[in-house]
Design a protein around this ligand. Structure first.
Ligand code: F0G
Length: 460
């Protein structure tokens, strides 16, 4: 008999208590935080779905690796175990460890960016965009049309708009496009995967124009699982084989090991270009550390080395993708609009569709995120006009979508935690018409969503 319940493929080994809070205490806490959920004390949060980055549980084997960590400054065995594990999936010539993904971005774009340059991506993540723009270069998003429609059902909504890419590269000198990026899975566009066929097409376009292709590979294993499940001819392959094919199509990558490295910290930058690697390693020594540890302790390198071996297990990925879909399916069933189909690491509620009475410039995503916290202590993250609406010249326009992301930390919450999340979402949605808009009363010059303070408006 094949049972249909897909269980968590692990049992619990150590536990962290959750602190129960009252609605009144949460209302006070969020007011003190200027209605910015990043400013809350995490002990005031019951179910923390702010991010899936660095917030997962590590396995017993990873903790054992932490004990084995060798802290030699240069050439430590932990570094070589890390290198072997990375190369087993991503056999690039140069692997440059960094303390997290954005450090890899900062180093790479410092080396290849600058005024007059343009970097296309299916969708830049916020730190990626900020790192491109901080060099004076332009970050251009080229997402397929289906990816821009939250309700559209398409298996690979993270695909790059290859017609747009061809046009962009045809209209410019190749030396003004230092790299094309593809983000797998497409986080800012709903955690949606990119197909192998699309990656091949992008590769061909890049080759024709003589432009290198880089992967932003944070969630490579989840992307590979979607390819295995959804793309014709892929089902009999292993995830590792699919990952190796994705890697073979690229000239380099940036990585945050806080996602599919199953670690709490870490990342790397990889490439085949020798000269670029020299420039990047020089920057690494200035900002991160010696090339055999980057910004990491030996024990972190061990945790990542083991995490990379675990993340490509099919039992783990089946549970991971199915448990995220469990939340997405339940919200859909009760009529809450989400980005369809459910992404790999998160469910994205379409706040613009749920709160039609709140105009985009009054931040419907922020309004919904605050309401979920007040009602049930759930911390999600606005991905919309607060995050992307303001431009480097200071003007503000509505973002393409106003979403609230409920990101699922890896191997951390059980099905009953998620059942509780579903109940809270249902309750908030049933009062949606009473929610009001917000305005920003204080914001920094860049990446405003992390520290802006808000004021609640009396009406939408
Ligand atoms: N690229 C993507 C697609 C990401 O999702 C992230 C981080 C990064 C790069 C940067 O990596 O955090 O290690 O510096 N995303 C986290 C999130 C923060 O919540 O989605 P990092």
């Amino acid at each position: 008999m094949a049972f249909k319940t897909i269980i968590e493929p692990f049992r619990i080994h150590s536990v962290e208590p959750l602190r129960m809070t009252s609605p009144g205490a949460r209302r006070r806490a969020v007011r003190e935080a200027g209605f910015n959920l990043f400013a809350l004390h995490s002990t005031d949060v019951l179910i923390d779905l702010l991010t899936d980055s660095g917030t997962g549980a590590m396995s017993a084997a990873q903790w054992a690796g932490i004990q084995r960590g060798d802290e030699s400054y240069a050439g430590s065995p932990s570094w070589f175990r890390f290198l072997d594990s990375v190369r087993d999936l991503f056999p690039f010539k140069h692997i440059i460890p960094t303390h997290q993904g954005r450090a890899a971005e900062k180093i790479l774009f410092s080396a290849i960016g600058g005024p007059g340059k343009v970097v296309p991506n299916n969708t830049h993540f916020d730190t990626t965009r900020a790192n491109v723009e901080s060099t004076g270069a332009e970050a251009v998003d080229l997402l397929c049309a289906e990816g821009l429609d939250p309700a559209a059902l398409h298996p690979f909504k993270g695909n790059m708009d290859t017609t747009g890419l061809e046009e962009l590269l045809s209209s410019r000198n190749a030396d003004t496009v230092p790299a094309v990026f593809v983000t797998i899975t497409n986080n800012s566009g709903g955690g949606q995967p990119v197909s192998l066929a699309n990656l091949h097409e992008v590769r061909d376009i890049c080759t024709r124009h003589g432009v290198p292709l880089f992967l932003d590979a944070c969630r490579f294993a989840e992307n590979a699982w979607f390819i295995r499940m959804r793309e014709r001819g892929q089902h009999s392959r292993t995830v590792r084989e699919i990952v190796l094919e994705m890697a073979s199509l690229a000239d380099g990558m940036t990585m945050s090991a806080k996602k599919d490295g199953l670690a709490n910290i870490g990342g790397w930058l990889a490439m085949n270009d020798d000269q670029l690697a020299v420039r990047c390693r020089n920057l690494l020594i200035l900002t991160e550390g010696f090339p055999t540890y980057g910004g990491l302790a030996g024990r972190d390198l061990e945790a990542i080395a083991q995490g990379l071996r675990e993340v490509v297990h099919h039992d783990y990925l089946q549970y991971r993708i199915r448990s995220t879909a469990y939340l997405g399916d339940a919200l859909t069933k009760i009529g809450i609009p989400i980005v369809q189909p459910t992404g790999g690491h998160a469910v994205y509620i379409d706040a613009r569709a749920l709160l039609r009475h709140i105009p985009a410039l009054h931040y419907p995503g922020q309004s919904l995120a605050v309401a979920l916290y007040e009602a049930g202590g759930i911390r999600g993250c606005e991905i919309g006009t607060v995050m992307f609406g303001r431009h480097p010249d200071g003007t503000e326009t509505p973002a393409a979508m106003d979403l609230v992301r409920l990101a699922i930390p890896r191997r951390t919450y059980t099905q009953s935690h998620i059942d509780y999340v579903i109940e809270v979402c249902d309750d908030v949605a049933s009062h949606a018409s009473e929610l009001t808009g917000y305005r920003i009363v204080d914001e920094p010059p860049a990446l405003r969503h992390f520290s802006a303070r808000f004021e609640q408006l009396a009406t939408a």
